[in-house]
Design a protein around this ligand. Structure first.
Ligand code: ADP
Ligand code: ASP
Ligand code: MG
Length: 601
């Protein structure tokens, strides 16, 4: 006999028939002798309809009233499912988030779970009842009891958090696809089911646009070692297992807001190669990294910043022993005069190398959606007087390239700031790990370009601190390699991506400080899409980046920005090319299969 938490998404409870089918499955699970807690979403597209209603009344509805409104959707489905279970002769009781005691922060529409009371749940379970809990909602712990919601897609988070709090044997997420696939089957029809995926990989995929799981749900599964499965609510097929690292004991207090950073890493065996003013056209990154891969050079970070005129800068890091070879390849690439139109020496491409660098990183699943964490890293480095040369971000890691002589100071201050006492053991992927697991598309992002930011310690901290204060999460952050002297001050351009909904606000917040901070202007481009490949096996496989860039080049897709981590590569491309780009990279990595995946309309 096990304690199981099952979660059913909107489509899975979208009609009376579907609710009855779900009741059957829950009934069978309980009849087999298990204790069952069920978490449900609102029926079908109810939440979307409620949002639409609110928008008809107000262009800018208050967050509190939105929570009051949206939380009603789940209250309907829990009651109906309980009734359906009772009809089958299965004792059941429905509970709202407040009735359970899912205590959250007082942040309306995006609250994080602080604590879940389990006594009432346990009492019902002991009586042999199935408990049907409303997903996506909680109650804030401030003076007044206020209904909060966890952010769109948050029922997954409710389910995994309940499983963690109850120390359930496992958590099953039932949805409208057979499990986690190599891509969204609605966009890539030949996507294939994965039997399993690691939490780290899934965290990246979920945050990069694969909405099959809410990233915060994966974060909790990872932090608390909750065994997690994603399956179809239409079949009995086993679905996809999401595997977590060895279980560590963590307090259940401040469930979602405990330590955001698990460890601080450093690597002094790094060297940087930067190519300045390479042509901004499809195929350039593909041919450069194609040649690099051909030489069997394993590249670590790659960043490509916003273009200026018709040229781009691309920078990458490699281990010191590979610098000579990398430099030779890059020199030859640049010398070949890739763009013969550029023969004036001030605008000719050039290669610069720097072996006196180090990479310092903070890593942890708790950074997701918490813009303050990266900002705190930048502020910590600034107050230690450390200038940041390159920034590479992923959902679970922020890496900064700094001067090697600053590395010790940087580390010491980061360990202090994030309360880290142990040095990490870096997990290397198993040799048989597949290189790329899956691909994802995010079309809800916009790009901010901040021009001519003075190149001195503290600027990234100030800029991203401003955004963090407004609760604006910044995704990809890229600093240009090229330096411009403006009024005698060396400056660089900075680009980052933010959620589209935050873009104009972010621009205003930054523009208001332009004169004070000494940069020239901020612009927004909303017509972008981000395509990404994710896989723990990419580390140590030199060709992955080249393969991705080549696939894009073959479709004449220009890459506007590149950013990487050990387990992902993301490219920003024009919005109109997003789906083509996704399909092209899915194909290029051989992820397509012949099995037809059924997707409900
Ligand atoms: P639910 O209502 O059950 O929570 P969601 O709509 O939130 O369902 O998530 C399931 C959807 O996620 C699928 O229908 C699919 O279109 C989409 N999706 C995106 N990426 C993936 C992926 N890699 N694997 C499976 N589904 C994906
Ligand atoms: N009903 C909520 C939404 O549509 C929560 C969820 O389905 O996970 O976002
Ligand atoms: Mg969902």
């Amino acid at each position: 006999m096990a304690l199981i938490v099952q979660k059913y998404g909107g489509t899975s409870v979208g009609s009376v028939d579907r609710i009855q089918a779900v009741a059957q499955r829950v009934f069978q699970t309980a009849k087999a002798g298990n204790s069952v807690v069920v978490v449900v979403s609102a029926m079908g597209k109810t939440t979307d309809s409620l949002v639409k209603l609110a928008k008809e009344i107000s262009g800018n509805p208050s967050r509190r009233e939105m929570d009051m409104l949206l939380s009603t959707g789940e209250q309907v489905s829990i009651a109906l499912l309980s009734m359906a279970l009772q009809e089958l002769g299965q004792p059941a009781v429905s509970l709202t988030g407040a009735q359970v005691g899912i205590v959250t922060e007082a942040e309306h529409t995006r609250a994080r779970i602080l604590h879940i009371k389990t006594d009432r749940l346990q009492q019902h379970l002991q009586k042999g009842e199935v408990v049907v809990v409303a997903g996506f909602q909680g109650i804030s712990s401030s003076n007044y009891l206020e209904i909060t919601t966890l952010g769109r897609g948050g029922s997954d988070t409710s389910a995994v958090a309940l499983a963690a709090a109850l120390q359930a044997d496992y958590c099953e997420i039932y949805t409208d696809v057979p499990g986690i696939l190599t891509a969204d089957p609605r966009l890539v029809p030949d996507a294939q089911l994965m039997a399993e995926i690691s939490c780290d990989e899934m965290l990246e995929l979920a945050s990069l646009g694969a909405k099959v799981l809410h990233p915060r749900a994966v974060e909790i599964a990872r932090n608390y070692g909750v065994p997690l499965v994603v399956r179809s609510s239409w079949t009995d097929d086993p679905g996809t297992r999401v595997t977590s690292p060895v279980l560590r004991t963590r307090s259940l207090e401040d469930l979602e807001i405990a330590k955001p950073v698990d460890y601080v890493e450093f690597d002094t065996d790094q060297a940087k190669v930067a190519l300045l003013r390479v042509p901004d056209q499809p195929g350039v990154a593909a041919s450069l990294f194609g040649e690099i891969a051909h030489q069997d050079i394993d590249v670590d970070l790659i960043v490509q910043s916003i273009h200026e005129g018709n040229t781009n800068d691309i920078a990458f890091t490699v281990s010191q022993s590979l610098l000579k070879r990398s430099e030779a390849v890059s020199e030859a690439f640049v010398q070949r005069g890739y763009n013969p139109a550029l023969n004036d020496s001030s605008s000719a491409p050039e290669t610069i190398v720097d072996r006196e660098i180090a990479k310092v990183s903070i890593a942890g699943a708790g950074m997701i959606g918490r813009p303050g964490v990266a900002a705190m890293m930048f502020a910590t480095l600034a107050s230690a007087g450390v200038n940041i040369q390159m920034i590479a971000t992923s959902e679970i890691k922020v890496s900064c390239v700094v001067a090697e002589r600053d590395c010790d100071r940087a580390l010491k201050s980061l360990c202090q700031a994030f309360d880290i006492h142990v040095s990490p053991v870096r997990l290397k992927p198993a040799p048989n790990e597949s290189v790329v697991r899956g691909v994802a598309l995010d079309i809800n992002q916009a790009r901010l370009a901040i021009r001519h930011v003075p190149d001195r310690p503290g600027m990234a901290a100030k800029l991203f601190g401003l955004l963090a204060r407004e609760n604006i999460s910044v995704d990809t952050i890229i600093q240009s390699q090229r330096c411009h002297i403006v009024d005698g001050v060396p400056t660089r351009d900075l680009a980052c991506t933010v959620a589209q909904a935050d873009a104009q606000h972010a621009r205003q917040v930054l523009a208001a400080e332009a004169a004070k901070l000494g940069f020239s202007d901020v612009s927004v481009d909303e017509a972008i899409a981000k395509v990404s490949v994710v896989g723990a096996g990419m580390e140590g496989h030199p060709g992955a980046a080249a393969k991705m860039f080549k696939a894009l080049a073959q479709h004449q897709i220009n890459i506007q920005m590149i950013t990487t981590s050990e387990i992902k590569i993301s490219c920003v491309v024009d919005r109109s090319q997003g789906i083509t780009a996704l399909q092209a990279i899915h194909q290029a990595f051989g992820l397509a299969g012949s099995e037809k995946i059924e997707v409900p309309a």
